[in-house]
Design a protein around this ligand. Structure first.
Ligand code: HEC
Ligand code: HEC
Ligand code: HEC
Ligand code: HEC
Ligand code: HEC
Ligand code: HEC
Length: 422
């Protein structure tokens, strides 16, 4: 009985295993759909094609100017996706219902054609769109925390003014409480002493009233008050003088309602795309209308609006009339000071935001830092040289290595008058 069962059992088990094995194989074949590759090379090649051609309008997992792209090969066939990317207008013109609905949903916003992309480019693009940059919540949280920490550390030394105010208020409250407690002690002591047998003069002394009038008239009081008033007036005057010519917070209205929050924030266009000088020269440069036209040839309105936007029309007018757009200058050092962007951005490795604040969140740019000499000097005192991978600094770092402090900008002459003044 037993042997029979095992005899039957063995082939049965074998069958099941074989079945499972084939199912597994089948699954493998099915998962490795040959059309959209998930290889690392394809994804990273696709990412660069995407960044160069699609990033201004698309995000993989989020709706931007155009739809979120991930899952496109589930929604549509691979062939469809390829021909739409190459020439969406042709697909729409062919009467394809899905394409026409999508086009209407996006207010007839024309996606530029990409006939120049090779078939391999398109394969890589789809690989990136379907498998690239999967969001890992843990990693993202860590990155956010790191960014937060960095911003905090970038705040620089000293006690921020808002804390100073709090500290002063707390001190005043504590002093007041001490006064109240002293008053209580005095009254208790007075009562106690009055119970004792005292002679007249002592009694008078103990129960004498505290007269405010006398205090106000006393010389000491008048001197202290005068000194306080003089100090206050002097401080206000000096503060006022120090801020002459300081334009922190200056945010003029610009001739076109151009938004950094939209272009540098939402659309994530690199600062260097428009401010072409930051890594190569002294000035950052304000972009000419031609740079705007790279995109605004295609993008003529904001999603959800009809007709050409009046603000974008102004770019066309500038081009047609051959007139530059007259942007109002915000940051402006006096002629006596020398400041060089590439030295700070490229060599120093300092982020734009350290000096210009959260530009990518500004609808209208304002001057974030004071741009005073003290501001430059403070940073040069505190900031370490970015010597990594820079042979120029190897010797200096070596010479400096017996000092226990890190090599700072002040150690390479960052406090010398002539470095900043002509
Ligand atoms: C100027 C903005 C713009 C650029 C650049 C752009 N697209 Fe689009 N894309 C759109 C818009 C808008 C739509 C919605 C359909 C329409 O209005 O034509 C769209 C639709 C799509 C669709 C269909 C999405 C769906 O859910 O069916 C795909 C796929 C696509 N784009 C891929 C790309 C790729 C890949 C690139 C880069 C090679 C690219 N797009 C560049 C604006 C753009
Ligand atoms: C699409 C083009 C474009 C991009 C991208 C861009 N900017 Fe600008 N930026 C401009 C234009 C145009 C102006 C002048 C109008 C204004 O002030 O808003 C300007 C002005 C500025 C100013 C003020 C200049 C002055 O007059 O003193 C600063 C600072 C600035 N940008 C920093 C940045 C930073 C930092 C980034 C990246 C996070 C960035 N910009 C990305 C186009 C751009
Ligand atoms: C890399 C592409 C790109 C560049 C370069 C670019 N823009 Fe834009 N811009 C866009 C897109 C895309 C939109 C529409 C966003 C939307 O639909 O919400 C837009 C929207 C705008 C709007 C809003 C229109 C409205 O009606 O509110 C203005 C104004 C504008 N851009 C001005 C400029 C100026 C000025 C420049 C040059 C300094 C410039 N843009 C450069 C992509 C670009
Ligand atoms: C160390 C501080 C610092 C950093 C970092 C910095 N800037 Fe500036 N930026 C300044 C100062 C100071 C001025 C005023 C320069 C002047 O008036 O000569 C300025 C001016 C500008 C202007 C006005 C035009 C000009 O060239 O004068 C633009 C645009 C600008 N910065 C963009 C940027 C961008 C984009 C970055 C990042 C890639 C950046 N800045 C990084 C300090 C900085
Ligand atoms: C956020 C910090 C920071 C601020 C603010 C800053 N700098 Fe600098 N600066 C640096 C760093 C870092 C270097 C060193 C770059 C390098 O390695 O050459 C530097 C270098 C320099 C140098 C070259 C010094 C030398 O000995 O080679 C000059 C000149 C200079 N800065 C001028 C200025 C002026 C003018 C301002 C104010 C308008 C300013 N900096 C504001 C960080 C800053
Ligand atoms: C890191 C750069 C830097 C260094 C080093 C530096 N300065 Fe300045 N200085 C500036 C800047 C920037 C201004 C303009 C500040 C403003 O407009 O508020 C300035 C302004 C001044 C002014 C005021 C001019 C006026 O019109 O108000 C004087 C005077 C001056 N510096 C002298 C000096 C002397 C002396 C030294 C050497 C001990 C020195 N500076 C070192 C950057 C520097």
């Amino acid at each position: 009985m037993l042997s029979k069962r095992s005899l039957v059992g063995v082939p049965l088990k074998f069958h099941t295993l074989a079945l499972l094995f084939f199912l597994f194989l089948g699954g493998q074949v099915f998962a490795a759909d040959p059309a959209v590759s998930d290889s690392e090379e394809a994804i990273s090649a696709g990412k660069s094609v995407f960044n160069a051609n699609c990033k201004t309008c698309h995000k993989v997992d989020q709706k931007a100017v155009g739809p979120a792209l991930r899952g496109i090969t589930d929604r549509r066939s691979i062939e469809w996706a390829k021909s739409f990317i190459k020439n969406s207008q042709a697909v729409i013109a062919s009467g394809d219902e899905y394409a026409n609905n999508l086009y209407a949903e996006y207010n007839n916003l024309m996606m530029p054609s990409h006939e120049f992309l090779s078939d391999a480019d398109l394969d890589n693009l789809l690989a990136y769109i379907e498998y690239g940059d999967k969001v890992d919540p843990a990693a993202e949280a860590a990155a956010a925390a790191a960014a937060g920490g960095e911003a905090g550390a970038g705040g620089g030394g000293g006690i921020p003014t808002q804390y100073l105010t709090i500290i002063i208020v707390v001190l005043v409250i504590v002093l007041f409480l001490i006064l109240v407690v002293l008053g209580l002690i005095i009254s208790i002591l007075t009562k106690y002493v009055n119970k004792q047998d005292l002679d007249e003069t002592d009694k008078e002394f103990v129960s004498q009233k505290f007269e405010f009038g006398k205090v106000f008239k006393s010389d000491a009081f008048i001197i202290i008050v005068t000194a306080l008033v003089v100090a206050l007036v002097a401080k206000t005057a000096i503060d006022g003088l120090y801020t002459v010519g300081v334009q922190q917070g200056y945010a003029p209205t610009q001739p076109i309602a151009y938004s950094h929050a939209l272009h540098a924030g939402t659309l994530e266009i690199e600062c260097q795309y428009c401010h072409t000088g930051v890594e190569i020269g002294k000035s950052a440069n304000i972009p000419s209308a031609n740079i705007c036209m790279n995109c605004h040839m295609h993008v003529q309105n904001v999603q959800g609006q009809d007709g050409i936007s009046p603000e974008i029309q102004k770019i066309y007018d500038a081009i047609d009339n051959n007139q530059p757009i007259e942007w109002v200058r915000i940051h402006n050092l006096p002629d006596l000071a020398y400041f060089n962007h590439s030295q700070h951005v490229k060599v120093g490795g300092i982020e734009c935001q350290t000096c210009h604040g959260p530009i990518q969140e500004m609808e209208v740019v304002y001057q974030y830092s004071s741009l005073t000499m003290g501001w430059c000097i403070d940073c040069h005192r505190q900031t370490e040289i970015n010597a990594q991978g820079n042979e120029y600094y190897d010797k200096l770092v070596q010479l400096h290595s017996d000092s226990k402090d890190a090599l700072k900008v002040k150690d390479i002459g960052g406090l010398e008058c002539a470095k900043c003044h002509y």
